[in-house]
Design a protein around this ligand. Structure first.
Ligand code: DGT
Ligand code: CA
Ligand code: CA
Ligand code: ZN
Length: 586
């Protein structure tokens, strides 16, 4: 068990003890110890092995025993028993706004309420209002808090969060008392799923900025409001927090609130190793926690903070503690892909299957957006629900693409449509079309759209067989996941990546925000195997071209550079790249 896991359990023990009504000093001791363990610079396993737990401040004998048990066995009998002694629903009740351990304990002791549903019924029956320490207002607040939790499931797709954040950021930039501002948190790190939006601003008059923020159009509810921070609900039910700091503090607060939490922990450890302390207020020449301005190491920008800690600048997308520190120490952070490097998308649909635009409309629109090419890869015949093309219609479409391209050439335009198909991968990895037909198409994407229920070995075999076909350029949306809707199907992704490496097959990064598939966490592995990425819109309408930008952000999270991404190539080179696998197979 690593330091973080041990810290999380100690933290939870503190909460459970509070719920049991134990001595507050006891529960606080656990919470404090958890914080201390989080910022340790060496693994607990080593400290335990060398019998040095006693040297850590705030870790007495009883805690030493428990930490040792956790580190050595991965379990703690005391914790398991404590947890079993209370209903599991109590912890969930703590997530309701305004309900702390004391109140949850009172509700449990006096009314026997064990979970959120029971709490809701009790409130509706008026039983909570009459309890000592509660009252009508408190009961109404609890009901509102429960409704809120239900309605606003706290996970949102990235583009929804970006769309909600955009007008707020513009409004903040317009405010005369705002010096610097920007997004932080998971939005700035370009995570595929967002819990809440975090804004940060610097100002000499924070209270005025907070007031302005809570009154902005689009703020549907104010959850909390103080002098320097506020939480609100934006359209779509997304929660947004704003913190306002001094401009001196801004870079430190930005680094802190950008996270991730895991990344921050390593940053703090690095500071401690250098005899410094890093927190949201600054970097201080101090051996203990402080925010004393006299001890501050001034850093006008985030770059300077990294530099003080012996690191090259780490782009926000990489701040996940996934190897960025080793790279930044050696000055080996790659120059990441920019979305403007992308020249077009190689997996898109038209009215011929389930898309909206005609071929001529798509060509005009994508040319206008500045693309160099756009592949038309409509569905194949087995995708009946998506109006998939049979071989005859596909051949008609080929002719129409030729006509559109001829017209483009006559107009002296360099933009071209590319012919193609998104061919279904059928049972045992057979494809929906014969090789002969595939060989006449410029771009072949092979995707799984059916038979998800099969076991992992079978699905993996199907994908590998598709990759082995010399006419398949790339595998589409490898895991079939639909974020917040459908789990990925069981597939051994690394085995498929290995097969793509062996056969010279590319893998799609499907940039549809429901998919972002292949996941960013796997691209480092694919890259290490020499597998190239294609960032595709899977466009069904013109607006979907905007997915290229989102996909590029996900590719950046996957450490990808321009060289790793096929559709950064200009048309002539792309055509060579498309020909390579086929000629190698001859
Ligand atoms: P989200 O909102 O779930 O999508 O993810 P984040 O990363 O935006 O998380 P959030 O909003 O809870 O907090 C924003 C950042 O603040 C987070 O990435 C790191 C920092 N932060 C928050 N709480 C802690 C903490 O307990 N310890 C440390 N080290 N950092 C924290
Ligand atoms: Ca957040
Ligand atoms: Ca937050
Ligand atoms: Zn598709």
């Amino acid at each position: 068990m690593d330091n973080e896991q041990v810290a999380a359990i100690l933290q939870e023990i503190g909460t459970l003890l509070e719920l049991k009504g134990e001595n507050p000093f006891k529960s606080r001791a656990y919470a404090n110890a958890a914080r201390t363990l989080e910022s340790l610079s060496e693994p607990l396993a080593q400290i335990v092995a060398e019998n040095r737990l006693g040297q850590i401040k705030g870790v007495g004998e009883a805690l030493q025993k428990k930490i040792t048990e956790l580190v050595q066995t991965g379990k703690l009998v005391y914790y398991d028993e404590l947890k079993a002694s209370l209903p599991a629903g109590l912890l969930e009740m703590l997530t309701i706004q305004g309900l702390g351990p004391k109140k949850v304990k009172a509700l449990y002791d006096k009314l026997g309420i064990e979970n959120m549903d029971q709490l809701e019924s009790a409130c509706q029956a008026g039983k909570v209002a009459v309890l000592e320490g509660f009252g009508d207002k408190s009961q109404a607040n609890i009901l509102a808090g429960i409704a809120f939790r239900r309605k606003y499931a706290t996970r949102h797709l990235l583009p929804d969060a970006l769309a909600a954040a955009q007008p707020i950021l513009e409004a903040l930039r317009d405010h005369p008392e705002v010096i610097r501002c920007g997004p932080a948190g998971s939005v700035r790190r370009h995570k595929e799923i967002i819990g809440d939006i975090d804004f940060l601003a610097s100002s000499k008059k924070p209270a005025g900025v907070i007031d302005y923020f809570t009154r902005l159009p689009g703020v549907t509810q104010v959850l909390a409001k103080g002098d320097t921070k506020a939480s609100v609900i934006l359209p779509g039910g997304i929660q947004a927090d704003l913190r306002v700091v001094s401009d001196l503090e801004f870079p430190f607060a930005l680094a802190y609130f950008t996270g991730s939490k895991e990344h921050n922990i390593v940053m703090r450890q690095r500071a401690i190793q250098r005899g410094l302390r890093l927190n949201e207020y600054g970097l201080f020449r101090s051996q203990e926690e402080t925010r004393d301005p006299a001890l501050l190491v001034p850093c006008p920008t985030e770059e300077e903070i990294f530099s003080q800690l012996g690191l090259a600048y780490i782009p926000p997308e990489l701040r996940e503690d996934q190897g960025e520190f080793a790279a930044a120490e050696q000055g080996a952070i790659p120059r990441l892909l920019e979305w403007t490097d992308l020249k077009g998308s190689l997996h898109n649909h038209s009215v011929w299957s389930d898309g909206r635009g005609t071929l001529a409309e798509i060509a005009a629109c994508m040319e206008d957006l500045g693309c160099a090419y756009w592949a038309i890869t409509d569905h194949s015949k087995s995708s009946i629900q998506a109006n998939g093309l049979d071989s005859q219609r596909l051949q008609q479409q080929l002719q129409e693409i030729q006509q559109v391209n001829n017209q483009l050439a006559d107009q002296g335009t360099d933009f071209r449509l590319l012919s193609g198909v998104e061919v279904d991968i059928l049972g045992e990895g057979r494809l929906d079309f014969e090789d002969e037909l595939l060989s006449r198409l410029e771009v072949v994407v092979a995707s799984l759209h059916q038979g998800f229920t099969q076991n992992e070995a079978e699905t993996t075999r199907r994908l590998i067989r598709a990759a082995e076909n010399p006419f398949v350029h790339m595998l589409g949306h490898l895991t079939g996941r639909l974020l917040l809707e459908r789990e990925p199907y069981a597939v051994n992704q690394r085995a498929v990546i290995d097969a793509c490496a062996a056969t010279g097959t590319w893998i799609e990064l499907n940039a549809h925000p429901y998919r972002f598939d292949l996941d960013w966490r796997l691209w480092s592995y694919a890259r290490s195997k020499g597998v190239r990425c294609v960032i595709n819109c899977d466009a069904h309408r013109h607006e979907d071209a905007g997915f290229l930008r989102l996909g590029a952000g996900i590719a950046r999270k996957g450490w990808l550079t321009r060289q790793d991404v096929v559709n950064t190539l200009p048309l002539a080179q792309l055509k060579q790249a498309l020909a390579a696998k086929r000629s190698a197979a001859k």
